[in-house]
Design a protein around this ligand. Structure first.
Ligand code: GLA
Length: 427
């Protein structure tokens, strides 16, 4: 009797465990799946350390707009090497809008078969064989700004395709994104890129509408702070529903943003217009200011057809050093008087860059008595008192030593031009 009771107890016990398992098995499965999906997002992140200094490269949009094809892109890669730009630090060859064909029957995006008959993998291999990196463009919305297929709803598939093609850099635009939340949309693509497993620089091109500097640091490596640049020094071009901005307008709109920039997360005031039609002095000022801003240096001109001056501007290594300084501190405006602005940028080893920017179109004389100036940057905690610390002064455009900060600087700056110096700390 006692034995039977014990058997019955164990029978009931076992069957209630079985029932419990049966009841909860589907729930367990669901929870497991939820865990997998959640952890894909939970453990997703941006690929770190891909842009410890501002990215340098070339992009097709400013010069060629939708007229892109594989021949052009190969020629640009060749020219980046033969012009000395690669040696100067430029790495990325980026195709902007309009490379797209259709999605295949499974939804994978394909390049336009007429413009890119060899396919993206072959182009990518070519660019990599030159020691360069390959960038591509998409959009968070249904369509790109040029009306090509966007990534909305296809983010993970597109990321897989880019990884398969060997892409190194993605510029992700913001056209046709009605009803999307910017941070959410960019996070989705960030996670998609991470899941695809290939380290890709993620460039957010959201034009600053939703303050990407407030949330972009963990999402991407750079974010556009403004709409599109245009190739003039201080004009605004009204296109009806949108405007494009000259170099000085863009510069002014960077005010207050430097606190958000640093290694691996940069403010992007848009790709450069150097060599696209401004005067040489204006190109020089534009390039100098992008270096002072620690902006990504993405050339936007025809690299196969550069004037000597354009090439000299884009490949000036000492100016590029200001931009690529490993501290990664964005420069700041120190003073502004009579259209003459003075900008400073702290550099490694206690050096500084100083740039006199003449925004007027007449020549301006400079008389700068260092000892009267006290430069203090509360952001980086760096300051200099020229009465107690002396610097050698080197003009980075003429490549000449000017003297030291012990003596008053007497010089001049032509209209729409700069005087850019490196202050080299004396022991
Ligand atoms: C937007 C971007 C530009 C360029 C074009 C392409 O306007 O801001 O930089 O990518 O789209 O259509």
């Amino acid at each position: 009797m006692q034995v039977n009771i014990i058997r019955l107890f164990f029978y009931n016990y076992k069957s209630s465990i079985k029932n419990t398992i049966r009841t909860f098995l589907p729930l367990g499965r669901i929870l497991f799946l939820v865990f997998i999906v959640a952890s894909a997002n939970l453990f997703s992140q941006k690929f770190e350390n891909l842009a410890l200094t501002p990215p340098m490269g070339w992009n097709s949009w400013n010069k060629f707009a939708c007229n892109v094809n594989e021949k052009l892109i190969r020629e640009m890669a060749d020219a980046m090497v033969s012009s000395g730009m690669k040696d100067a630090g430029y790495q990325y060859i980026n195709i902007d809008d309009c490379w797209h064909g259709k999605r295949d029957s499974l939804g994978f995006i394909q390049p336009d078969p007429e413009r890119f008959p060899s396919g993206m993998k072959a182009l990518s291999d070519y660019i990599h064989s030159k020691g360069l990196k390959f960038g591509i463009y998409s959009d968070a919305g249904w369509n790109t700004c040029g009306g090509k297929p966007g990534s909305r709803g296809y983010e993970f598939q597109d990321a897989m395709q880019y990884a398969k093609w060997g892409i190194d850099y993605l510029k992700y635009d913001w056209c046709n994104t009605e009803a999307l939340n910017a941070e959410g949309a960019y996070l989705t693509m960030r996670n998609a890129l991470y899941s695809a497993g290939r380290p890709i620089v993620f460039s957010l091109c959201e034009w600053g509408n939703n303050k990407p500097w407030d949330w972009g640091k963990n999402v991407g490596h750079l974010w556009r702070t403004i709409g599109d640049i245009t190739n003039c020094f201080d004009c605004v071009v009204d296109h009806g529903t949108w405007k494009s901005w000259g170099v000085m307008y863009i510069l002014d709109l960077q005010d207050g943003l430097r606190v958000h920039a640093g290694p691996d997360h940069w403010n992007d005031p848009d790709m450069m217009e150097v060599g696209n039609g401004m005067f040489v002095n204006e190109d020089r000022a534009h390039f100098s200011m992008w270096c002072l801003l620690a902006a990504p240096l993405i050339a936007g001109n025809d690299l196969t057809n550069m004037s000597k001056e354009t090439k000299e501007i884009l490949t000036n290594k000492e100016v590029i050093e200001i931009n690529q300084d490993s501290l990664g501190i964005q420069g700041f405006k120190y003073s502004a008087r009579d259209s003459l602005e003075i900008w400073f940028k702290p550099l490694i080893k206690g050096d500084w860059a100083i740039c006199f920017l003449n925004r007027s179109n007449r020549l301006q004389k400079i008389s700068f008595d260092w000892k009267e100036e006290m430069v203090a940057d509360s952001l980086s905690g760096r300051e200099t008192n020229f009465s107690s610390v002396a610097y050698k002064t080197r003009n980075l455009w003429t490549k000449k030593e000017l003297g030291t900060t012990k003596k008053i600087l007497n010089d001049e700056v032509p209209g729409h031009d700069v005087l850019l110096l490196r202050l080299i700390k004396m022991e």
